[in-house]
Design a protein around this ligand. Structure first.
Ligand code: DAK
Length: 257
């Protein structure tokens, strides 16, 4: 049984993954997370895929990890399952990932959206880390990524109360790039993905790496990392083509080399 609908070439170079467990508001059970990770790893290796959009449905991006599945687990089950490696694999993907979020993005659902590189939200989106209400805390990055995205005071408030926040708040606080009417959120995310997919792929990959390092490294180390990636691009044919096309006043033809 599959919990995903995967479509390739929804726009040139763009793959779309829909989480498809609507009866449970796309609760992230282990089978779904496993399938999602394997699909992402495989798309990441395909040259024809230049950007990936992950979405749910209008009512829910994902309402969190599957509470019914983990309710009776003990610490040894958690340790043996070691689901965190799945999330780490998603973090290491090279291709840009865009989350198109409508409805609930809660707990692991909010964490999955934050694991993506860009979030586009519908005006109906609701974000939150409500784990505290079921006796736990965020386990897949929520305390770290939400805090870095919206600041300590707000992250504390929402993680300690489990309250939800709206798409408009998420936009004002910098968690999402933009909020659009519900009829347009997927369209908007796919168009953005197509725009990125039309850029030189090695430069896109190295830019993604460098921006993500801004969360992990000191400014000094981050600048050093950026500079190395910048120098590296001068070994690509696409750098030569991009600069030549500029001077010849014509559109560049990227080779991905
Ligand atoms: N898990 C399982 N089922 C869920 C679910 C969830 N997280 N969320 C919703 N559902 C199911 C409901 O049980 C219901 O199923 P039936 O009862 O009809 O069989 C169906 O989806 C529709 O939900 P509701 O009837 O509740 O719909 P409402 O509109 O009334 O309410 C709601 C919508 C989103 C406010 C409510 O469903 C809700 O509060 N859901 C739970 C939200 C939540 O607490 N999420 C955080 C879960 S904890 C880890 C990585 C990550 C995590 C853990 C470990 N590792 C790497 C190890 C993350 C943890 C979490 O996310």
């Amino acid at each position: 049984m599959s919990f995903l609908i995967v479509e390739k070439e929804v726009r040139p170079g763009v793959a779309l993954i829909r989480l498809n467990r609507p009866e449970s508001l796309n609760a992230l059970n282990r089978a779904l997370v496993g399938e999602l990770t394997e699909t992402l790893l495989s798309l990441d290796k395909e040259d024809s895929v230049r950007a990936i959009v992950i979405t749910g449905n209008e009512r829910a991006f994902a309402a969190g990890a599957d509470i019914k599945e983990m309710a009776n687990d003990g610490v040894v089950d958690m340790l043996l399952l070691d689901q965190f490696q799945r999330w780490d694999q998603i973090k290491r993907l090279k291709k840009p990932l865009i989350a198109a979020v409508s409805g609930y993005a809660l707990g692991g659902g909010c964490e999955l959206a934050m694991l993506c590189d860009i979030i586009i939200a519908s005006e109906t989106a609701q974000f939150g880390q409500p784990e505290i209400k079921i006796g736990v805390i965020p386990g897949a990055g929520g305390t770290q990524r939400l805090t870095r995205a919206i600041g300590k005071s707000r992250a504390m408030e929402y993680i300690l109360t489990g309250r939800f926040f709206s798409a408009k708040q998420a936009e004002a606080w910098g968690l999402v790039s933009r909020v659009v009417p519900v009829e347009l959120y997927l369209e908007e995310a796919l168009n953005l993905a197509a725009e990125i997919a039309a850029m030189p792929p090695i430069a896109v990959q190295l830019a993604k790496q460098a921006v993500n390092k801004a969360y992990e490294l000191s400014l000094e180390e981050g600048l050093h990392f950026e500079r190395r990636n910048f120098y590296l691009l001068f070994a690509t044919e696409d750098q030569k083509e991009g600069m030549r096309a500029f001077m010849e006043k014509r559109p560049p033809q990227w080779k991905g080399k």
